[in-house]
Design a protein around this ligand. Structure first.
Ligand SMILES: Cc1ncc(COP(=O)(O)O)c(C=O)c1O
Length: 483
């Protein structure tokens, strides 16, 4: 059967798409000398009018692949900006297969929805969240955090979703280094962005449990309802892991929901070298893990783990005339989520664990942890760099001596981008501008780590007219202020 939208040459188009994907994987296998730029032909294509008539699928796919090749792809081994990802090959294939079936994991799908249930159990086991474990998959850590905090609000003030808070004031607690999605959730959930207590951190940049206990006690005295504590399992800036045991003890004392935002860092809980940092995770009410970060699958695939699935159902379930719950009053996946149309995000994660096995992920994550330690050592041994903290996980903040302020750091980051051999992010730590590298890609090699030091020093040297070789020692004048 054909229609106006049937692809006339679908077998050739599929084979061509497969060869383009293979070509892109080959370019991800190794670092490349620079970043190609879009040419005039591509710019014309991307600003052209809506085509009334179609054109050849293979030619269109080729053009699309060219534009993608000239774009900033996170799977490249020297993409070290922000918290990257890997576009894991089996995950790409899983996404293509899932898209072909285009199942809506909103209602029971007769099988596909079971991938989601199993992926949740596997992530709970892998990270040590333990049992009982339930949850849902979402588009990103921002949505997972929002979902968990919505459930926490409903537990703290039952019925809030129906009648609002009757003027009750609420508060959330986290460290000053927590991800801004916590504040966003407070805004969306009518808790109020200013009701987020961004509490002081200790010398290892971990939320101070004494400050937490004091903040909750003060709020309770003032009649403010503590909704949840968000501990971070790997802060975005430095990878600091909040001490979960003492935080869980404070939460237990006050009956407050403990959410662990492990969007970036929680997969490291599965490793021998970083696992101990996450002791106490089994006491959490919920945890976020972005599988599209350190579990390598393509975006977007965030896993929200919850101890008690009924808390999600109490927060989100609906009985609508167009989604009847059936004779047994069974729930649908959508009864635990904010979304209705939901792609099968779990398939790529299920395939990733099935094809590679959990141990291969542990090995890849350990390698990234070691790479961060190597970079920290190389930087601290180098006369023109200053290491701003010892890495707990795989994020490393550092400065080059030629960059005394934010403007100079921004100029350096732009020059590194233009150079195109590596990609780093600009950041700010305790008011000091710095560079930040984060290792979450299984393709990154030790040679790529060495390239960070070489390329930054070379590019910085170029910016100051080649004077970097003679520049002062970075740990001179203002090094003391950084620690
Ligand atoms: C600790 C932490 N939480 C939440 C997020 C938000 O995740 P997403 O970008 O998937 O929404 C991030 C993103 O880097 C993060 O590092």
């Amino acid at each position: 059967m054909t229609s106006a939208l049937s692809l006339p040459d679908r077998e050739q188009a599929l084979a061509h798409a497969a060869s383009l994907i293979l070509d892109s994987w080959r370019t991800f296998d190794h670092a490349r000398p620079g970043q190609p730029l879009l040419d005039a032909r591509h710019r014309a294509l991307l600003t052209g009018p809506l085509p009334a008539d179609g054109s050849d699928a293979r030619a269109a796919l080729t053009l699309a692949a060219e534009v993608l090749d000239a774009s900033i792809s996170q799977p490249r081994p020297r993409y070290l900006a922000y918290v990257g990802s890997s576009g894991l090959e089996i995950g790409v294939l899983g996404d293509a297969l899932a898209a072909a079936h285009d199942i809506n994991v909103a209602v029971a799908a007769g099988g596909a929805d079971l991938f989601e249930r199993q992926a949740i159990r596997w992530v709970a086991e892998f990270t040590g969240f333990g049992t009982p474990a339930d949850g849902m998959l979402a588009a990103g850590g921002t949505i997972s955090n929002l979902t968990a905090l919505a459930a926490a609000r409903e537990r703290a003030l039952p019925g809030f979703r129906h009648s609002g808070g009757d003027g009750r004031r609420m508060a959330l607690y986290c460290s000053a280094d927590a991800h801004y999605s916590v504040r966003r959730a407070a805004e969306v959930l009518a808790i109020g962005g200013r009701q987020v207590r961004a509490l002081p951190v200790d010398e290892e940049r971990r939320l101070r449990p004494d400050a937490l206990a004091a903040a909750i006690a003060a709020d309770v005295r003032a009649g403010i309802v503590p909704v949840a504590v968000v501990a971070t399992g790997g802060t975005t800036l430095t990878g600091a892991v909040d001490a979960l045991e003492p935080i869980a003890a404070v939460c237990a004392e006050h009956g407050v929901w403990l959410h662990v935002d492990g969007a970036y860092g929680l997969p490291a809980a599965a490793t021998a070298s970083a696992g101990a940092l996450f002791a106490g995770l089994e006491r959490a009410d919920s945890a976020t893990v972005d599988a599209h970060k350190w579990l390598a699958v393509p975006k977007a695939c965030s896993v929200l783990l919850v101890r008690d699935g009924a808390t999600l159902e109490r927060t989100f379930s609906h009985h609508e005339s167009y989604i009847p719950h059936g004779e047994l009053a069974e729930l649908h996946p959508v009864d635990r989520t904010l979304e209705y149309s939901r792609p099968l995000r779990a398939l790529k994660l299920w395939l990733a664990f099935t094809v590679h096995g959990a141990d291969a992920f542990r090995v890849a994550i350990e390698r990234n942890l070691a790479q961060a330690r190597t970079l920290a050592r190389l930087l601290s041994e180098h006369p023109r760099f200053e290491l701003l903290h010892e890495p707990q996980l795989s994020a490393v903040c550092f400065r080059h001596v030629s960059c005394p302020d934010a403007a100079a750091t921004a100029a350096l980051v732009r020059a590194i981008e233009r150079d195109g051999r590596i990609l780093l992010a600009a950041a700010e730590l305790d008011g000091r501008s710095c560079l930040r590298a984060c290792f979450v890609n299984h393709r990154t090699t030790d040679e790529d780590v060495e390239a960070v030091v070489e390329v930054v020093d070379e590019v910085a040297g170029g910016l100051v007219g080649g004077a970097s070789a003679g520049a002062a020692d970075a740990r001179g004048a203002d090094a003391g202020a950084a620690r």
